[in-house]
Ligand binder design. Sequence first.
Ligand code: AP5
Ligand code: ZN
Length: 217
Amino acid sequence: MRIVLVGPPGAGKGTQAQYLAKNLSIPHISTGDLFRANISQGTPLGQKAQEYMKAGQLVPDEVTIGMAKDRLDQPDAAEGFLLDGFPRNLNQAEVLDRLLEGDSRKIDAVLDLEIPEDEVVKRIAGRRTCRTDSSHTFHVVYSPPKAEGVCDVCGGELYQREDDSEDTVRNRLEVYHRETEPIIDYYKVQGLVVTIPALGKVAEVTQRAMEALRQKT
Ligand code: AP5
Ligand code: ZN
């Protein structure tokens, strides 16, 4: 199955993606995680992305699309994938459709996580992310790690993402409304969108998502 996950920053895309990808046996592909891995390895791509991410702006398409394409060309993505954070504007959505069409692949569903803005702020303020692998995320209140400051999954150090400051989060929300929300209408025209409330316990949201996705297959 080929799924695109959309929703504002802090909606729980990364959290849900881990469970959904496991349940559906498809790789979780997060452009945010790919950028953060490049930044921590000090690659030229990471250097290009860093300033934009720090400011809560989108990394330019010239950088993002090539990186996403390389990842989608990996053998494990041939039969399915769960895209988290890509596409993030109309141009990326159109390019993705063309890329997939070229290989006779197509998106099966777009899962839209709906969440009130005040909850987003609470979730992001308490988020702690693993330095070793940024897909390992925790929350100081909602899902605390067993030992403070230490990742349960790999033992890595937990930190607060630089783009999780209040000002940057405001920017990221603005960018989401302006650049990313229009892709929901783009996919609605194709009949692909399922919207679910992202409030409630993590497992409840996963269950809702699985039910919604079943309707699309
Ligand atoms: P990215 O890493 O994609 O960030 P984002 O979209 O802003 O999303 P987040 O990672 O902030 O939130 P999430 O929805 O994954 O929430 P999470 O599960 O962690 O992108 C970062 C930057 O990279 C962008 O700003 C941009 O610069 C660049 N970028 C990336 N892709 C790009 C692209 N395609 N084009 C251009 N630029 C790009 O959950 C949040 C917190 O809430 C956690 O602490 C979690 O534990 C907690 N939580 C989750 N679910 C629940 C629940 N049900 N109940 C209670 N707490 C919960
Ligand atoms: Zn970790």
